[in-house]
Design a protein around this ligand. Structure first.
Ligand code: SAJ
Length: 414
């Protein structure tokens, strides 16, 4: 059996590699020629533990190759991006392009799986796009037309643990028909050791979106509490710690906002699907998106009587112990502080990075320096990311400085 994986990014490439190392013949498809070249040389174009070994092994055994054109295959896995547009609805153009490329290659009986996180209805939309181009095929074999099996199988792996979680996580597989769901489950069972749960495509789409919206709403609750507590002069971390002693209460941790390419994005797909009835989910998004502005305002208050202030900003990543800065609230805060205070010097410490992201590198008053140096020089220290490395900071080095601690590290020194 040949499997074509369309889109060789954070999800497509690991999936292609794991199918190949489990004995299937896999053709990876990507629009980026340098990605294709790298993979065919056994290289991985981004950082993910253990992925390099899988890709190099699969390529050298001849089971994985990459190309620009979509081939004929028995099964297709579509793992292209679904970013959101300015109006917060999903950009379906990559899925549509995949559908147009797959359609002419089909002869009937193939399986097409959408893996990209997508708004409800996307799997049906993908199928309709293909069938619009191929009216000789059908989903259910009516009028004797050969079948096309279409399913949705969202990924739920955590970056940094992808090669482990691909194998161990449970999967939700939703088909446009039950035959399609079963065929997709059979394909994933080649490498997935978790349980595979069958459902319909729309439920599978929503299950992925609500998992991330659930987390977003719960983080928003913590972030709202952090602002209320500050106004009431209450330590929010102590408050949450105590409230969580109740057997049915488990409040998450406040922070500078919510980042990453999933939790900060997926809830909008639910809002776009039913704007009238998604007030809670939308408000949670707005609360979390509002948190960076609140921190920027705290910085403004902290420096208002200091001329030419030096501000240390600790951390850029969207969460602890990684280098990923996608949708990172820390990056947004550093950028806005630098814009608001052109006379200030912003010293950024980012232990997992050796260069500033482009949007910060272009600003004249931002400098990437060692953590200790940033703290030593600054009058104001803003802790943005809960990296383990920052736990090693000597508390004495903070004395006499104004501290804005968005992660609750240094509570009694405030
Ligand atoms: N955060 C807080 N307070 C908390 C927990 C998190 O402020 O108590 C912030 C983090 O700092 C970060 C953001 O939330 O900025 C998101 O981090 P995360 O660790 O909660 O999640 P992600 O974005 O790395 O991965 C999520 C996971 N989804 C869930 O836990 C429901 C992962 O399983 C998904 O595969 C991934 O999204 C995805 O690809 O959708």
């Amino acid at each position: 059996r040949t499997v074509a994986v369309v889109g060789l990014g954070y999800i497509g490439l690991p999936t292609a590699a794991i199918l190949a190392t489990n004995g299937l013949e896999v053709i990876g498809v990507d629009v980026n020629p340098s990605t294709v070249t790298a993979i065919n040389m056994g290289d991985v174009p981004f950082v993910e533990p253990d992925l390099g070994v899988h890709v190099a092994g699969a390529v050298s055994q001849g089971r994985l190759r990459a190309q620009l054109e979509t081939p004929a295959a028995d099964a297709y896995i579509v793992a292209v991006p679904t970013p959101f547009k300015a109006d917060k609805s999903a950009d379906m153009s990559y899925i549509a392009a995949a559908a147009r490329a797959i359609a002419p290659m089909l002869s009937g009986g193939e399986l097409v799986i959408l893996e990209s996180t997508s708004p409800p209805g996307s799997t049906r939309q993908l199928a309709e796009l293909i069938l619009g181009l191929r009216p000789d095929l059908s989903l259910d074999g009516h009028d004797g037309k050969p079948k096309l099996l279409v399913a949705h199988c969202p990924e739920r792996v955590l970056p940094g643990r992808i090669m482990i979680e691909l194998v161990t996580n449970d999967r939700v597989v939703g088909g446009l028909t039950s035959e399609a769901a079963e065929a997709a489950a059979a394909l994933y069972s080649v490498f997935c050791q978790g349980e595979i749960h069958l459902t319909d495509a729309a439920t599978a789409e929503m299950s992925k979106l609500v998992e991330n919206a659930y987390r977003d709403v719960n983080i928003a609750f913590a972030n709202e509490l952090s602002v209320i507590s500050a106004n009431l002069d209450i330590d929010v971390w102590e408050l949450i710690r105590l409230a969580n002693h109740h057997p049915r209460v488990n409040i998450l941790q406040p922070g500078p906002g919510v980042g990453g390419h999933c939790i900060a994005v997926d809830p909008w797909f639910i809002v776009a699907a039913d704007p009238e009835n998604s007030a809670l989910i939308r408000t949670a998004r707005e609360v979390n998106d509002g948190k960076p502005g609140y921190i920027v305002e705290q910085v403004r208050k902290a420096v208002r009587d200091v001329s030419r202030p030096i501000i240390a900003c600790l951390g850029l990543a969207f969460k602890a112990n990684i280098d990923d800065v996608r949708e990172s609230p820390a990056v947004e805060i550093v950028r806005r502080v630098a814009e608001q205070h052109p006379d200030a010097e912003i010293l950024v410490a980012a232990p997992h990075k050796d260069h500033l992201p482009q949007e910060l590198a272009v600003m004249a008053n931002i400098l990437l320096v060692e953590t200790d140096k940033a703290i030593e020089a600054a009058q104001v220290v803003v802790l943005l990311v809960d990296h383990d490395k920052f736990r090693e900071i000597d508390r004495a080095s903070l004395s006499g400085k104004r501290i804005i601690d968005t992660r609750g590290f240094w509570r009694d020194s405030e």
